[in-house]
Design a protein around this ligand. Structure first.
Ligand code: EPU
Length: 357
């Protein structure tokens, strides 16, 4: 277990916000977590888990002990007639894991190429892109319970995946009865994901339902693209729409796409016929938050050093650099101003996607 004091977090969050961790522990093996729990000073202290830092807004220095997940390892665990099972350490970069599976000729993750962050963070918000979500490729995960010091395994149902949501985003009400019951309750602040197993179904079939991808396929005149081709298209589309955090700090989509009832949607269409909306399997209608924000005139605008990306209004960016970076407070001020505009014009409340610390 490696313990560091007064650590700058700017390199560890893709927004590039300057903040410090009073104490940061590098977790490179599960044994580090047991050691941490046994430590007289760190064991009882509140803890906060940091993955790739690609879905967080830091609004100040972090007082909780920061657990920086660096557990590595990639392997093909099993092959059945219906799937390959791949296991990855929580500290592996998600995109490198996608690329590695394709190098092993194991397709299935290509639609989720170039999503920033780590494997361990991928189930927390059920990452997804271009028609595929983590839950569609998920087998199980191992986690460490910070309350009891025990390890446990969860399957997909136990993770309670939803749209950019899971059991890891919710807190259980504090009660002594919950102490020995890690399943079915909110696990935020409690479970540390150490390994994730992915299920890549056989036979592989291309997922081209997302309009941007289908457009690429038609343009290229390819009837049935290979997984590698889809990977390249997804990387291309993302690079053209989304800022590279290495150049412009950001946390991906800043708000979730809101869901409305067909009646609410019909009401909005009557006023805004061009609104981008998609019917969902459960009968609800999802609206494109990027379109709503764009329609309110926010694209390219700034408040202080917090900006709205000029090619995708759903992405908030850091218009400062280094010591002069945006603060979490500025980002949240801009976010609230956007929420107010969208609410006043459309009557819809946008919900932030990143975790605000
Ligand atoms: N749109 C606008 N103006 C904008 C932005 C978008 O009119 O400024 C319109 C687009 O023209 C399009 C629609 O809104 O018709 C949807 O835009 P896009 O295809 O870019 O996708 P999105 O709904 O904005 C979601 C995910 C992304 C994911 C893409 C592709 C959420 C919150 N975001 O974005 O995920 O990459 O679909 O699947 O669900 C993330 O979660 O961080 C993320 C980047």
């Amino acid at each position: 277990m490696l313990v560091e004091k007064n650590v700058p977090l700017q390199p560890y969050n893709t927004f590039g916000i300057a903040a410090r961790a009073q104490t940061l522990v590098r977790v490179r093996a599960q044994a580090d977590l047991s050691e941490l729990m046994a430590d007289p000073e760190l064991g009882p202290a509140p803890k906060w888990v940091l993955g790739g830092g690609s879905n967080i807004v830091l609004t100040g220095d972090v007082r909780d002990v920061v657990l920086k997940m660096e557990i590595k390892g990639l392997r093909v665990l099993d092959e059945t007639p219906r799937a390959w099972i791949v296991e990855a350490g929580a500290g592996e970069a998600w995109h490198d894991t996608v690329a590695w599976t394709l190098d092993q000729n194991l397709p299935g993750l290509e639609n989720m190429a170039l999503i920033p962050g780590t494997v361990g963070a991928s189930p927390v918000q059920n990452i997804g892109a271009y028609g595929v979500e983590l839950q569609d490729r998920f087998e199980s995960l191992d986690a460490f319970d910070l309350l009891t010091g025990q390890t446990f395994t969860l399957n997909a149902a136990q993770c309670a995946f939803g749209y950019r949501d899971s059991v890891f985003k919710h807190r259980a009400p504090a009660s002594p009865q919950n102490a020995s019951l890690p399943l079915g309750l909110g696990l935020a602040g409690r479970a540390v994901i150490t390994r994730v197993r992915l299920r890549l179904p056989k036979p592989w079939r291309p997922e081209l339902g997302y309009l941007d991808l289908e457009r690429r396929r038609v343009q290229a005149g390819i009837e049935r693209p290979e997984a590698r081709q889809i990977f390249d298209w997804v990387c291309d589309i993302r690079r053209s729409k989304l800022p590279d955090p290495a150049e412009v700090g950001n946390a991906g989509s800043f708000f979730k796409n809101p869901s409305v009832t067909p009646e609410q949607c019909a009401d909005i269409i009557a006023r805004e016929p061009r609104i981008v909306h998609y019917p969902m399997a459960d009968g609800s209608i999802k609206l494109a938050a990027g379109w709503l924000i764009d329609a309110c005139g926010w694209k390219g605008k700034s408040v202080g050093k917090a900006g709205v990306y000029d090619k995708q209004a759903l992405v908030l960016v850091n218009r400062g650099h280094g010591a002069d970076s945006v603060t979490g407070g500025e980002v949240m001020t801009l976010a609230r101003a956007i929420q107010t505009s969208v609410y006043e014009r459309f009557g819809i409340r946008l919900e932030p996607e990143p975790v605000v610390i």
